[in-house]
Design a binder for this molecule. Sequence first.
Ligand code: BEZ
Length: 210
Amino acid sequence: MALLLGDTVPNFTQASTDGDLDLYDFLGDGWGILFSHPADYTPVCTTELGAVAGLKEQFEKRNTKVVGLSVDELSSHAGWVKDIEETQNVKLNFPILADTDQKVANLYSMIQTEDNKMTVRSVFIIDPAKKLRLTLTYPASTGRNFAEILRVLDSLQLTDGYKVATPANWRDGDDVIVLPTVSNEDADALFPKGYEAVKPYLRVTPQPNK
Ligand code: BEZ
């Protein structure tokens, strides 16, 4: 059965380019991103892995570790990593699982269809309690926008700490929305910078941790 947001993600041990990887041990008590690819030596995946490697500092700032997955073998990954580093001008700095038995792909429902066992472009954001906080699935022909993944991490980490939600197209530093469950009286105390009640249910306040 597909994983639902809020579920505890299943642990696994699988071979990776950095040796056998136990997901829970690897993530420790930080955040995690698990993302899958259709196959090695494919052009879109090559650009995606390069893009993620280039965001190393951004992930570190957000206390987030990244794990890639493809169902090809470690020997294939090794040659492909060289290509990624050459063509994308980066050093690969996160492990890529060699999920040859599709153990992880099946556990996380990354398989396209029963007839077509190719893994899809899935992303899972996992919080420090090992709860699933985001899933997204893209078609093979569309490379993912990793700035969006960072944006969601920012939103999750902010909204875990404050009684706010983030509006459409929000970016770190923009105004946020006071949760509808917060009374006006409590909002006065919780948001000393004040808030604007555009509607009784739509109250906007400066980002509280800035
Ligand atoms: C790619 O990563 O380039 C790709 C993989 C599968 C189908 C289409 C494109």
